[in-house]
Design a protein around this ligand. Structure first.
Ligand code: 5GP
Length: 136
């Protein structure tokens, strides 16, 4: 079954688009963290970033950099958050890969709470080994 984003991209459900090209589109999130919150969505439907075709991933940096500049220019914000919820355990509700970009202003009260933790003695190095061996 097509995702809600595929239905919007197909014109079956309305969406307010910022741009759309042969690989990516950006549209406004209907439940924004802040006004101007946009979603950068690949036309190819895959749940995870790692499911996307190489040609789509190769264009991501260009579209993302331009969209962060666009959100800042349109909102006057000096900063943005860029967030990816890659999998349900990370908070992904729509199983179609996408990036969130929303404007940030000093003291806007939005916060962004990272639950920082600490490594036990030697644990950081162990994780580095595990991650290097998993790198593909
Ligand atoms: P996720 O939790 O999957 O990272 O984020 C999904 C986002 O899609 C949410 O922020 C939600 O507000 C947005 N969303 C869900 N349904 C629709 C819709 O029909 N139209 C638009 N424009 N955004 C949607």
């Amino acid at each position: 079954m097509p995702s809600i984003f595929s239905k919007i991209l197909a014109g079956q459900i309305p969406g307010q688009f910022v741009f759309r090209d042969e690989l990516w589109a950006a549209l406004l999130d209907i439940r924004p963290v802040a006004p101007g919150h946009v979603l950068l969505i690949p036309l190819h439907e895959g749940q995870h970033l790692s499911d996307l075709p190489p040609v789509t991933l190769a264009a991501l940096g260009d579209r993302l950099a331009r969209l962060t500049a666009t959100v800042k220019a349109a909102s006057g914000a000096p900063a943005v958050n860029v967030v990816v919820n890659d999998g349900p355990a990370a908070g992904q509700e729509v199983p179609h890969a996408h990036l969130h970009i929303w404007p940030r202003f000093p003291d806007d009260g939005k916060g962004f709470a990272w639950p920082h933790t600490a490594y036990a003695e030697g644990e950081l190095a162990t994780w580095a080994v595990q991650l290097r061996s998993a790198w593909r």
